[in-house]
Design a protein around this ligand. Structure first.
Ligand SMILES: [Zn+2]
Length: 300
């Protein structure tokens, strides 16, 4: 009789095949070959075939940063963008303050299978916050100043357009300064009685000069001590579209292009620009979508 070579189990298979006659031999041979093929698929198949390669929260709140997992090498479409996927299959995106529909991602795995992932979005209450005593020229600026503000805002949004492959976004974010939250993300702001836009970040009360630490690693993509509305301003790119901005600073310790580690001092708290007193305004974004730093800090 012939021996069947099926890798490491060949002597065992051969011993087994010797027991029976021809019919049994061929049946046994095909079932053993089948089992080996199955084993090989389980051991070396790409994770694309495994359900657990996908991991997303079922639901998130408005303003959330959402981190999910897909099979590495997948192509992920979301909100008109192709999300970059880390080597581990991690993807990240932001949910806007006013998002009403759930997020819908279309994932095409390296094997060519397409799957739709949905993440439900829970609405939040956005209270009205009256801010009085703001310098009037910052609430209704004269035309020349309005033009300056537009130019400065264009520079800031340009800095947000690109984002590198740093993995700071996936760290557990730390508070840049410790203090009372004096203004929450998303509040509808009324400045000196005039409705303004929703509060784009989180205000933390702290004395002028308090060191401001990078909440996660990243690269400095904007640093200007003298913006009209936001005063001393720093933007950090945490990678994959996630960024932080720090406003009203009295001092800047970093320059554009610097890499900062989590916890590194990047500047000092101040009251520059449109501010009624010393505090840190910490905003976060996914590209141009504003997200809530408090939800990022609270992320499991
Ligand atoms: Zn603020």
């Amino acid at each position: 009789m012939s021996r069947v070579y099926v890798g490491r189990g060949s002597s065992l298979s051969a011993a087994f095949l010797r027991v029976g006659g021809h019919a049994l031999e061929s049946r046994a041979r095909s079932s053993i070959v089948g089992a080996v093929v199955w084993l090989v698929i389980v051991l070396i198949a790409p994770p694309a075939l495994a359900e657990e390669a996908f991991a997303f929260p079922d639901h998130v709140q408005q303003g959330a940063m959402v981190i999910g997992r897909v099979p590495p090498g997948s192509t992920v479409h979301y909100a008109g963008r192709i999300l970059r996927v880390t080597d581990y299959g991690t993807v990240v995106f932001g949910i806007g303050r006013d998002a009403t529909n759930g997020a819908r991602l279309r994932v095409t795995t390296p094997g060519g299978k397409t799957r739709v992932v949905r993440v439900a979005v829970e609405p939040r209450d956005w209270p009205i916050q009256r801010v009085d005593g703001v310098p009037p020229k910052t609430v209704s600026p004269p035309p020349a100043i309005a033009a300056r503000i537009r130019r400065e805002q264009a520079r800031v949004s340009r800095a947000r357009k690109t984002s590198d492959d740093g993995l700071g976004f996936a760290q557990h974010f730390i508070w840049p300064v410790r203090g009372r939250i004096s203004g929450r993300f998303g509040n509808q702001r009324i400045y000196n009685g005039t409705p303004g836009s929703a509060h784009s970040g989180m205000d933390i009360a702290a004395a002028t000069g308090t060191p401001v630490k990078a909440p996660a690693a990243g690269r400095v993509v904007f640093a200007d001590p003298h913006l009209y509305l936001t005063g001393g301003t720093i933007l950090i790119d945490h990678g994959y579209g996630i960024g932080s901005n720090f406003l009203h600073l009295s001092k800047l310790n970093v320059h554009v292009g610097d890499h900062v580690e989590q916890g590194e001092v990047i500047g000092r708290v101040g009251a520059t620009g449109r501010a009624t007193g010393p505090h840190l305004h910490w905003g976060m974004t996914w590209y141009n979508v504003r997200i809530d730093p408090l939800l990022v800090l609270d992320r499991r």
